[in-house]
Structure formats: C-alpha cells, structure tokens
Design a protein around this ligand. Structure first.
Ligand SMILES: Cc1cc2nc3c(=O)[nH]c(=O)nc-3n(C[C@H](O)[C@H](O)[C@H](O)COP(=O)(O)O)c2cc1C
Length: 353
C-alpha cells in the first residue's frame, strides 16, 4: 500500500489513475478492474449522452464499491463557418467514397446543444453521487464548482502550463493533472495556445509543483515503474496513464488500435488536428499524412470531429487502420497486452525496486 495526501483523498492504494479515454475505451469492465486493483478507474464521458453515462456509472457500481471517477470535456464557444465546412467536406468525400458512406448527411453540433449536454452530464455526476470528477479542455464555472463542493465531489483539472495549473488551484479544485507534450489523445490546453501548451512532462512537473499547493498528477508517456518513480521524484503525487491501460484486455479500444500500439516504434506518433479540429497525439497513418497540408484550414473542434465521425466509424468496422484515429502517447512502444491486474502489479513492483 502506498499513501500520500492525494491517494488518501481519492481513497486508492497506489498512486495510479487510469486516464479517462472518451470514445468507448473506458468500459465498465476496465474502470471497475482498475478500481478493484487499488488504482483509480475513470470514465471518459466526453462524447456520451446523459443516459449512456448513467448506465455506465451503474455498470461500474455493479462490479465494485471502490472509488472511481468521471471525466468531462468542458465546452467552449465555437463557430460554424460554412466555407470551412464545405472545403473540409470536399477533401473528406474521397475517404467517404472509398468507405462506401458517401451519401451520409452530416449535421455539425450546435453550440447550444453542446453546452446543454455538458450541463446534463454534470447533473448525472451529481445525481449518481460520483465521488470524483475531472475536466479537460477548460475548467468548470464558479457556479458549477459551488455545486460540486455542495455535493462533496472531488474535482480535478487538466493543465498543460503553470498558468493553467495556477488557475485550477485558484478555482478551488482539489488536484491538477499536468499533461506533458508526450501524452496520447487530445491536448488539454485552454488558456495557453497550442505551442505554449507543449511542455515536456519532465519540465512541467517540478515547475507546477513549485507553483501550486494542490497535488500534482503527472500524465504523458508513463508506461512502467520507472516512469512512475521519476514522476514522483519530480514532485507528482500520482500518475495518470492512458496508453498503458488502452492496450489492457479489459479496455474497449478497437483490437486494431491495440495491435498498432503494440507494434509501434519510437517516433510513430505525431500531433494532428485533422481528425477533430483539436490537436491530439496519435499514431501516424494515411489520413493524417494526406490531410496534413490542409490542417490549418480545417474547422475547429467539435465541428471537424463531427465531419470525420462516420469515416472513423466505417474504418473501424472495416478494420482499416488508415482512417482510424489511433490515439497514443510517445512511449506507445512500451505498451503490452495484459490484464489490468497484471499491469498494476507489474508497474508497482517495478516502482518499489
Ligand atoms: C485514446 C485516448 C483518449 C483520451 N481521452 C481523454 C479524455 O477523454 N479526457 C481526458 O482528460 N484525457 C484524455 N486522454 C489523455 C489522457 O488523460 C492522458 O493525458 C494521456 O493518456 C497521457 O499520456 P499516455 O497516453 O502516454 O499515458 C486520452 C488519451 C488517449 C490515449
């Protein structure tokens, strides 16, 4: 058993948080297995409807009474620019044609619906008495923070710079995930611009730890005991691991996604906004490389995400890795296929050595 102020707050036995991973990866089986094994399981609810989230929370509770959490995408205002959408569609149509989905009608999400859905997800977290809620792409409002405090929900923000971490602390959040540039999936920067938000984890942890009093959770490229030990040494109180849990047997990631990660080599990942309109790290494939030259002209998140949704879905069902978003961190080559229990035991044994 490993204890510090953060593990006590989260009621976990080891300093490990399974990264919330939106898009079907964090099944009830994965989240519950992580919590049963003494770490913190997190539901990635970013793309879920309130009903889906409610069902998943209840599904986890059927498997464990241990603590787990939910992660939400904080929306920000976005514009629907018809020219941009038309231009993106004209490029995406070749992929739709290849995948046999050319006639499909795509309606971009509205700003109102996006905000409304986020508010509904917050209500599910509160009504279902989920003990921990983390956020990315932004921070909750002061009113939302008041609600979380009233209902004893522990809150965790995501920062990519010192400035963002300080704001998270000022808002009264209980802990901060610092996301290094190595991290798989979407970038969580929200005050800092894309470039400012690309600090390596080794530089980010100690500087954030020196500037805030709340516990720091390190995320990005941590795959084993060495990474955990290094992060703790630099001032983190726990780590948040995504790619390492993605390839676990209990994860809901597409089998091809797991396979590509397992066989990846150093340098296979890149940052791209071609899939969603928001910068994210994943394994390079045909789609990313071909769309790269239009990257600056594409609509922003979540509009571009909605335009590529049917492409990603069709590619997944046809087992075509060329057009899937294969999110993964820079240490993907260290991933293994194993059970959650094996992963947690192995990395904690390595950490203790
Ligand atoms: C497939 C995938 C999906 C992700 N989805 C989310 C998400 O929904 N919310 C979130 O806060 N972070 C998300 N992340 C980022 C993780 O929280 C974390 O920063 C990252 O996984 C750490 O890097 P690593 O993958 O090298 O461990 C995702 C990461 C991956 C790989």
């Amino acid at each position: 058993m490993f204890t510090n102020n953060l593990t006590s707050l989260l009621k976990i036995d080891c300093p490990i948080i399974q990264a919330p991973m939106a898009g079907g990866i964090t099944t009830s089986k994965l989240v519950a297995a992580v919590s049963v094994n003494g770490a913190l399981g997190m539901i990635g609810a970013g793309y879920m409807s309130p009903i889906q989230l409610q069902e998943l929370i209840r599904g986890v509770r059927e498997l464990t009474s241990n603590n787990f959490g939910v992660n939400l995408f904080v929306p920000s205002k976005f514009e629907i620019i018809e020219n941009e959408i038309e231009m993106a569609n004209s490029m995406l149509n070749q992929y739709r044609e290849e995948l046999g989905i050319i006639g499909e009608r795509i309606t971009p999400p509205s700003v109102e619906d996006t905000f409304h859905s986020y508010e509904e997800l917050i209500q599910v977290v509160i009504e279902e008495k989920v003990p921990i809620c983390s956020f990315t792409f932004g921070v909750p409002s002061k009113e939302e923070m008041k609600q979380f405090k009233q209902h004893n929900v522990t809150t965790i923000g995501t920062a990519t710079t010192i400035e963002e971490a300080i704001l998270i602390e000022k808002l009264g959040m209980d802990a901060v995930v610092v996301q290094g540039s190595e991290a798989g999936g979407h970038r969580g920067n929200f005050i800092s611009n894309h470039e400012e938000g690309l600090i390596g984890l080794m530089s980010l942890i100690p500087q954030v730890a020196d500037n805030v009093n709340i516990p720091v959770i390190a995320a990005g490229g941590i795959m084993d005991g060495r990474g955990i030990r290094a992060a703790l040494r630099l001032g983190a109180k726990a780590v948040q691991m995504g790619t390492a849990f993605l390839t676990c047997e209990e994860s809901g990631a597409h089998p091809l996604h797991k396979e590509v990660i397992i066989h990846s080599k150093v340098g296979d990942t890149t940052l791209t906004r071609t899939f969603s309109g928001k910068w994210a790290r994943g394994i390079k494939n045909k789609f990313i490389l071909e769309m790269e030259e239009y990257e600056d002209m594409l609509p922003s998140f979540p509009v571009q995400n909605s335009l590529t949704q049917s492409i990603r879905k069709a590619a997944a069902s046809q087992n075509l890795k060329d057009y899937m978003s294969l999110w993964a961190g820079q240490c993907a080559s260290l991933a293994r296929i194993e059970t959650v229990e094996e992963l947690i035991q192995r990395v904690m044994d390595e950490e203790m050595k």
